[in-house]
Design a protein around this ligand. Structure first.
Ligand SMILES: Nc1ncnc2c1ncn2[C@@H]1O[C@H](COP(=O)(O)OP(=O)(O)OP(=O)(O)O)[C@@H](O)[C@H]1O
Ligand SMILES: [Mg+2]
Length: 292
């Protein structure tokens, strides 16, 4: 399939009050192909003509079934795929702190990665398992801080970590820092992974299924925790999940992906209450069935 057959439905009603805010991320006709010997001369066309605008402070849900292209979208927005493995076209414009707009696709790959590391904080899918099992929490956390603030003095660094642990509800002080990931509970590991992601000064947070590997209670407290952090910091959010319940709770806007294309987007309350695209209607119906 070269192009999505159904045109994108833009659900226009917007009562979230964000329409007059500045766009912080504007994506236009983003296409992504995966290259590689296995995939023939033209590669595989994974994302098809994605276009959407995210304004400062908005919270966007990215929904869709497994394989729809949610993680791939995040990878494209953050330059997380190896350059030789992908071919991107279209534009991805970020607004910088000085108000200028930069199409990151026009930058050389290394420069794009450098810029995005400061612009976007990322919580990876399954990030609780992404912590290195062979290194202490402290070591990994310190390395992350030093990535953004190279040359930070040792004493200052320790004070910074203890203060962040307080903010992120990670108990145990320096004792916890000396432990390895498997010595801590899933909820604690996830808090640490989130805290480490938020060491990035990025004003946009992209979270890919941050709670799937947690039990229901820890899932709820983690979601509440991320919500409180966003309320305090005013960061802009892109939240990827299968879980429409969580997305409805967290987000004010939503885009529905199917087979690598956006089939519907708009204000969350409107899309969830009056889905227009048959696929969105089906997704919501199925969720209601499961939730009872
Ligand atoms: N490295 C790769 N090589 C080839 N195809 C890939 C690669 N990574 C992803 N894909 C394909 O791209 C499509 C989108 O994958 P993606 O991981 O973005 O889905 P997803 O929506 O995040 O799914 P999930 O909900 O299961 O995490 C899928 O068809 C997948 O098979
Ligand atoms: Mg994924």
């Amino acid at each position: 399939m070269e192009k999505n057959e159904t045109s994108v439905i833009v659900n226009k009603a917007d009562s979230s009050g964000s329409a007059d805010r500045e766009p912080i991320l504007e994506v236009e006709n983003l296409n992504v192909r995966i290259r590689g010997e296995r995939h023939g001369k033209n590669g595989i066309h994974i994302l098809h003509d994605l276009s959407f605008t995210v304004r400062e402070g908005e919270r966007w849900a990215i929904a869709g079934e497994s394989g729809a292209g949610k993680s791939m979208t995040m990878n494209a927005l953050t330059a997380l795929l190896p350059e030789e493995a992908v071919e991107l076209s279209g534009s991805i414009r970020y607004r910088m702190e000085d108000g200028s707009r930069v199409d990151v696709l026009s930058l050389p790959y290394r420069e794009r990665q450098r810029l995005l590391a400061r612009q976007v904080a990322v919580i990876f899918q399954d990030s609780i398992n992404a912590l290195n099992p062979n290194e202490t929490i402290g070591r990994q956390w310190r390395d992350t801080v030093l990535l953004y603030r190279p040359g930070m003095e040792k004493i200052q660094l320790e004070q910074h970590l203890l203060a962040r642990m307080e903010i992120f509800g990670v108990q145990g002080g320096s004792g916890t820092l000396a432990q390895y990931p498997d010595q801590l509970s899933g909820g604690m590991r996830q808090r640490i992974a989130i805290a480490m992601a938020l060491e990035s000064p990025g004003r946009i947070l992209i979270a890919d299924e941050p709670t799937t590997s947690l039990d229901a209670i820890t899932q709820r407290s983690t979601v509440d925790f991320i919500k409180t952090l966003l309320d305090k910091s005013g960061r802009t959010l892109l939240y990827i999940s299968h879980n429409l319940g969580i997305l409805q709770y967290m987000c004010d806007h939503v885009m529905i992906l199917r087979n690598g294309a956006i089939v519907e987007q708009g204000e969350a309350a409107e899309v969830f209450a009056h889905p227009v695209h048959p696929y969105t209607q089906e997704l919501i119906r199925e969720t209601k069935k499961i939730m009872g």
